[in-house]
Design a protein around this ligand. Structure first.
Ligand SMILES: *Cc1c(COP(=O)(O)O)cnc(C)c1O
Length: 227
């Protein structure tokens, strides 16, 4: 077994245990393997170990790694999880199965136009800046409800859920709980929350997608630039 296969097995076991503690069906939680900065060989190792869902935070890196893998791996699902520039919307719609970082009206308009042009509709999650951190992507808490309505009513976008990245160093639990409450209020079923350090807490709070990078692929050599 490779390290990646071993890490995946250990994480799947911990996800199952966290689900058992929370009285949840383990099938209700999907592990998104965040492969950003790691080479295609690492993705291939994960695929060989049965992992089919991956996350990347830059459109260009996703384009370099993933389209060529699809023919041999038709069940592969790619999530874009990084801040997305409006001028990358069309490439994002082409390459992704899920875009988790919809966070502002201009991007909603650009994605809606790209979806019409491409005839391809990735699943969309709205990213909420639950810590209202000025440097961080995501719609501010107070604007999230109105933005969700605008996505549906003004842009005609179907939103399937919410995503958040709690502030570094903070207790993530209240952030996860707040996001779960917002999702319930808007009838949204998909909740993307939890990373290597806190995915078990996120599962306890209702996460349906956990985004795990370091615990699967090891440390990243360089910090990825913005998308
Ligand atoms: C990099 C990244 C992750 C994975 O983080 P790890 O701590 O390596 O598990 C999850 N979510 C987002 C949005 C990321 O950019």
């Amino acid at each position: 077994m490779t390290d990646i296969a071993r890490n995946l097995a250990a994480i799947r076991a911990r996800i199952a245990e966290a689900c058992a503690r929370a009285n949840r069906d383990p099938a209700s939680v999907t592990l998104v393997a965040v492969s950003k900065t790691h080479p295609a060989e690492a993705v291939l190792e994960a695929l060989a170990a049965g992992q089919t869902v991956f996350g990347e935070n830059r459109v260009q890196e996703a384009q370099q790694k993933f389209p060529s893998l699809r023919p041999a791996h038709p069940t592969l699902r790619l999530h874009l999880i990084g801040a997305l520039q409006t001028n990358k919307a069309r490439d994002a719609v082409r390459v992704a199965d899920v875009i988790e970082s919809l966070d502002r009206p201009k991007l909603a308009a650009a994605l809606a136009a790209s979806i019409r042009k491409e005839g391809r509709t990735p699943e969309l999650l709205v990213q909420v800046n639950t810590g209202d951190e000025p440097q961080k992507a995501g719609i501010p808490r107070a604007e999230a409800g109105a933005f969700l309505r605008a996505c549906r009513e003004e842009h005609g976008l179907a939103i399937s859920g919410l995503m958040c990245i709690p502030p570094v160093g903070a207790d993530p639990r209240p952030h996860f709980a707040w996001l779960a409450e917002l999702a319930a209020k808007h009838g949204l079923r998909t909740l993307s929350m939890g990373m290597s350090a806190d995915y078990e807490i996120a599962i306890a709070e209702g996460a349906t997608l956990v985004r795990v990078g370091t615990a699967i692929f090891g440390h990243r050599d360089y910090p990825p630039a913005a998308a």
